[in-house]
Design a binder for this molecule. Structure first.
Ligand SMILES: Nc1ncnc2c1ncn2[C@@H]1O[C@H](COP(=O)(O)OP(=O)(O)OP(=O)(O)O)[C@@H](O)[C@H]1O
Length: 125
């Protein structure tokens, strides 16, 4: 097999992200949420450390979604019929997305709690 260049590797990876965006509703929802988070971080002028935490959280959730899609496709390929191991693999992959999402929500709460409260009190206080 021909040795793949960095360009080939990047192209395949990008194709994976685009295909997941096209086929997985949850991934699209998380991409949309990413736009809102970035807009909010920009609006509230959060610190560099907060930007880093939010970037990590976003990467973690989108990465988990892509891994979940990979597991689902691989399981459907090798086990189209019901199997307890297939269930275990898919449930664990979905669990990874859940844990990543809860962690990201907690980070979002910690980052935005004070700026939003301050903004609301200056608006209505
Ligand atoms: N081959 C299988 N054997 C056993 N259980 C399965 C199998 N396929 C799916 N399941 C069960 O059904 C659940 C949903 O699987 P499915 O492939 O429909 O994912 P999904 O609902 O499309 O997930 P997502 O919304 O993340 O795309 C799995 O978490 C698992 O519990």
């Amino acid at each position: 097999m021909k040795k793949r260049t960095w360009r080939d590797v990047f192209y395949s990876a990008t194709e994976g992200v685009i295909a997941t965006f096209r086929t997985e509703r949850n991934f699209r929802v998380h991409v949309l949420a990413t736009f809102f988070i970035v807009a909010a971080a920009w609006f509230f002028r959060v610190s560099v450390l907060d930007w880093m935490m939010l970037t990590l959280a976003i990467g973690m959730v989108l990465g988990a979604e892509l891994m979940n899609t990979a597991v689902e496709a691989a399981v459907d390929l090798v086990s189209p019929d019901w199997h307890p191991f297939a269930k275990k693999a898919k449930d664990a992959a979905a669990g990874a997305v859940l844990i990543a999402s809860i962690t990201a929500a907690a980070i979002g709460l910690i980052v935005f709690w004070h700026p939003v409260l301050h903004w609301l009190t200056t608006l209505f206080g």
